[in-house]
Design a protein around this ligand. Sequence first.
Ligand code: CUK
Ligand code: CUA
Length: 671
Amino acid sequence: MRPKSTTRRFIVVAIIAAVALLAAACTSSDDESDSSSAGLGADEIAEARGLSPDDVTAALKTYQPSGVTDEYIMFSSGGHGGQVLVIGMPSMRLLRVIGVFTPEPWQGWGYGETGQEEIFAAGSAGIDGEPLTWGDTHHPALSETAGDYDGEFLFINDKANARLATIDLRDFETKQIVNNPIAVNDHGGAMVTPDSEWVIEGGQYAAPLGGEYADLDSYESDYRGMVTLWKFDRDSGRIDPDASFAMELPPYWQDLCDAGKLVSEGWIFCNSFNVEMATGLDPDDPENTEVFEAGVSAGENDYMHVINLEAAVAVAANGGTTDINGFPVIMLDTAVEEELLYFLPEPKSPHGVDVTPGGEYMVVSGKLDPHVTVYSFEKVMAAIAAGGYETDDYGVPVLAFDDVVEAQVELGLGPLHTQFDDQGYAYTSLFLDSAVARWSLGAPYNDDGWKLEGTIGVHYNIGHLAAAEGDTVSPDGGYLVALNKWAIDRFAPTGPLLPQNFQLIDIDGQGPDMQLLYDMPIGIGEPHYAQIIKADKLDPWDVYPEVGWDPVAMAVDPDAPKVGEEGVIRDGNNVTINMTLVRSHFTPERVEIKQGDHVTWNLTNVEQSLDATHGFSVPGYNINLSLEAGETATVEFDATSSGVFSYYCSEFCSALHLEMVGYLLIAPEDG
Ligand code: CUK
Ligand code: CUA
């Protein structure tokens, strides 16, 4: 167990004192119907607003005075908004929306900047080369060193199009999108190994690998699942596709994965569903009346995939792969032959797999089973060593459930995901019960563990949950966030589309003692997973390190426009504009070109002051850049339309911001 931070201990002491005062005041003060609270004392405000003592403690635990920063930072997926949300905790203030798979205008993400367009193009899985302009982000993964978040990078998957993105936490910007060459969608990504050498991307809905066509009648022979291991190169800050590989899996629907840690390091665990291999209702076959929701859950068991990553890496390195779409894949028969893959029976339609902080156990929840099932890594290793197992239809060894299970704990209805704290507790989301269950782990965490401690209701239908550093080797405890799918009656109505509801919960207590602190509506996409890092582990730049910094290359661009060297250079139909930006003007302020010109517009924000961002927007041409202090960028476009285009700065940067403008004159071709 780790000691609580001194700040937190101080807060707790302060709250106890304040609440004692307020609780007394709340119950004893006179009837007051004045709705204005200006000039009232704290007790009178609580009374006037009808706040209970619990409301008051919740407010005291989450309020951040102006200028005081948060203790934790939560990185949440933005769901089909395609971004990552950055939220301060415990205040639950939205700090930033990082554009990833979706253009984001405030950051000028995806509105003409050449380097960004190259990132989109490299990672675009669009049909016929058409770029995709959205993604369904599910699982953010902070980079880790020795199993702890190191605050350097963040990975996030796009479930819809089987893509992974890399975000650099020095500037919180997306640097890379890779497109899975063999799969059309994914789900078990992004999860990292304890030193972030590998980023795991598990599949979801089986399909022929490589994008070929095959009829659903040949599902069992032609459809396949997969897991892809992307090699991360920390020095370049990028995934290295040339050093990455995938593994062919049976056409079960692989779901979430987690990397082993400490005692289980070197192994990967992915749950799956649809071991039944249901293929949906067939309108031409009256015998087949099984819709997916019934067919996929018909059997008693699905399979957790236990993958020997270390051995798989060796097999891939020794050429034990087959190229599919130019990407090396360890085929299923090789995986069986080389003993890379084992299955563990999982109860009814599992979702999520979460490895305990010490790596000893893997926790799985059956969506249709009120239990969590805990598997022992040690028992799995012993069962593998003992041999003599059954196999599935594809020849993969299936270990006996009783040989590998450590415990089953009954928690409630619809268990999904599990997180951990520093007190030896686990927390599991209960979708159907709309609750979070706290349960104690067994040895070595608690000698009398494997039992439910209590539940707390959430509002409503919780998917994931995230505890402070709750999936690392050393969880912090203290806070947990319930990522609820439904909000129903929590917020003022805004039409038929309701926000999701992030609820902050204090998990500092013991047994059933948990307190709901705060509701945060999320009105952008539908977040799935989130990770919460201690804020002081992050060390982002205040401004770019040098003037002329290219955030795509993460280096100074020697050709970046410099003060005194601005101008417009013509070479035939190619026009290059070198421009600098500083409060409150562009240089040059006039750019005169001709219709039909090909324009390369280089810009440098030459400022080095904190928060001195300038925008650059050109009407009609869909160009909108955000240039942070020191940043350089390039926009290329064809001047197809003649006219007068006033480009302007879109950030209110100074008192004379409105004057930060220039004229782009595009003369008609035959004029
Ligand atoms: S999944 Cu969404 S609630 Cu994509 Cu992690 Cu479980
Ligand atoms: Cu620069 Cu407004």
